[in-house]
Design a protein. Structure first.
Length: 147
């Protein structure tokens, strides 16, 4: 009698990935957003409110994370901090170990996906300083991971 075992199916883990073009440009943009936020904060530039600084930091984090994921050939489901952290936890868990909750908490400052229930709160200068430290720590871990 012949062996009728089912064929092996290909799963997501079997898919070979390749880097997505231009990932270096995302890394450069992330660094520029973060440098601008740090300089504006340090110089106490009144034009850069804490809300603007928050948005610059969030953009920096998004670009830095996206650059690393693009280099891996992996993308998050969306671009909220929760989604970016989830993607890193799946593909590079050591990068966000011990800082995932702090990164996710950044979403609480602006919840704008639903225009009917959007909320925002203004961060304090102390919170901005903490966000800058978190972003720099993440940048360092992403760089170390890429090496």
């Amino acid at each position: 009698m012949a062996d009728f075992s089912p064929p092996n199916l290909v799963g997501f883990a079997d898919i070979r990935t390749q880097a997505i073009d231009d990932w270096q440009e995302y890394r450069q943009a992330g660094r520029q957003f973060l440098d601008l936020a740090e300089t504006a904060f340090r110089n106490k530039n009144a034009i850069f409110t804490t809300t603007i600084l928050y948005n610059l930091i969030a953009m920096a984090i998004e670009k830095l994370v996206m650059s690393r994921l693009m280099a891996l050939g992996r993308l998050p489901y969306n671009h909220t901090m929760h989604d970016l952290v989830a993607a890193l936890e799946e593909w590079r868990p050591a990068v966000v170990q011990g800082m995932a909750a702090s990164l996710r908490a950044l979403d609480s400052y602006q919840e704008i996906c639903d225009p009917y229930t959007s909320t925002s709160r203004t961060p304090t200068p102390a919170e901005i300083e903490s966000m800058l430290g978190l972003a720099r720590q993440l940048e360092q871990r992403l760089e170390t991971d890429a090496a």
